[in-house]
Design a protein around this ligand. Structure first.
Ligand SMILES: CC(C)(COP(=O)(O)OP(=O)(O)OC[C@H]1O[C@@H](n2cnc3c(N)ncnc32)[C@H](O)[C@@H]1OP(=O)(O)O)[C@@H](O)C(=O)NCCC(=O)NCCS
Length: 235
């Protein structure tokens, strides 16, 4: 199983969208956050949006993992979007919008606070940031995502920059394996939508010795919703 990391071209973006959708479909919250129905051309529009983003933002590195033994050796089995903020500070100000098919209230609840916290941790600073990571469920636990995480860790070493990711439950062990440490826990009560299990994600970092240590950011309830718990992790 020779897995290889390659940069994506425009031809890869439709497959990247498909892999992301298939990977997240397994999650317990996806049906609540993205119940649909979605516009028929949504995947196509998203692929076009990715191409535009990559063209306009020189910090973006959209990568794929291929398996050269597969019938189609160019087909991505896992994808990552890294931002390398080496020459310019992180601009995390672009607000995420939730369109047709999304449960806007739930999405704001789950992603709104986390994105504010991200702004305060990496906004305006030089960082390497992992924004997207997904492996096709047919190819999970084969080391594909690990290769993509390792790529970013090595890139950060090359520039002597710290790294940041918001980890899902599924990614948590993976990031720990590559040296990320919990920085904050975001725990969101989803009982309003009939799920007893809280939605949990972690702000995780790898710091560099050369840089000043990060300061822990806490958020007040008024910004993120009364049932959101943002808990700085012991460090
Ligand atoms: C998280 C995800 C990207 C992992 O992809 P993957 O290609 O299967 O990961 P790897 O095979 O490289 O895993 C490497 C190691 O990470 C850990 N790991 C990966 N998936 C794990 C899981 N579901 N549970 C626990 N540990 C896991 C293991 O230590 C694994 O090593 P092992 O298989 O030798 O035990 C994939 O499960 C996915 O796409 N999930 C849905 C989307 C998501 O949560 N993305 C992360 C966003 S932050």
């Amino acid at each position: 199983m020779p897995l290889k990391v390659l940069p994506c071209t425009t031809l890869d973006y439709p497959r990247s969208v498909e892999v992301e959708r298939r990977a997240w479909a397994q999650g317990p919250f996806t049906k609540i956050l993205f119940p649909g129905p979605f516009p028929e051309d949504m995947a196509e529009l998203r692929a076009q949006e990715i191409a535009k983003q990559v063209e306009e933002d020189p910090t973006t590195r959209w990568l794929k993992v291929v398996d050269t033994d597969l019938f189609d050796p160019d087909k991505g089995i896992a994808f990552a979007k890294w931002h390398v903020y080496a020459d310019q500070p992180a601009n995390t100000g672009r607000s995420r919008s939730f369109g047709e098919g999304c449960n806007i209230e739930a999405c704001e609840f789950v992603f709104g606070g986390v994105s504010k916290s991200r702004d305060s941790i990496i906004g305006g600073k030089n960082f390497v940031y992992l924004a997207i990571l997904a492996t096709d469920p047919d190819h999970q636990r084969r080391g594909a995502a690990g290769l993509l995480v390792k790529w970013g860790v090595e890139e950060a070493k090359r520039y002597n920059l710290p790294l940041y990711v918001e980890s899902s439950e599924a990614g948590h062990e993976l990031y720990k394996k590559y040296g990320f440490k919990d920085f904050e826990l975001y725990e969101i009560d989803m009982s309003k939508w009939g799920i007893a299990q809280p939605h949990r994600s972690w702000g995780m970092v790898i710091e560099t010795e050369a840089k000043a240590p990060l300061t822990v950011v806490t958020m007040d309830d008024s910004t993120v919703g009364a049932t959101t718990v943002v808990q700085p992790m012991p460090r």
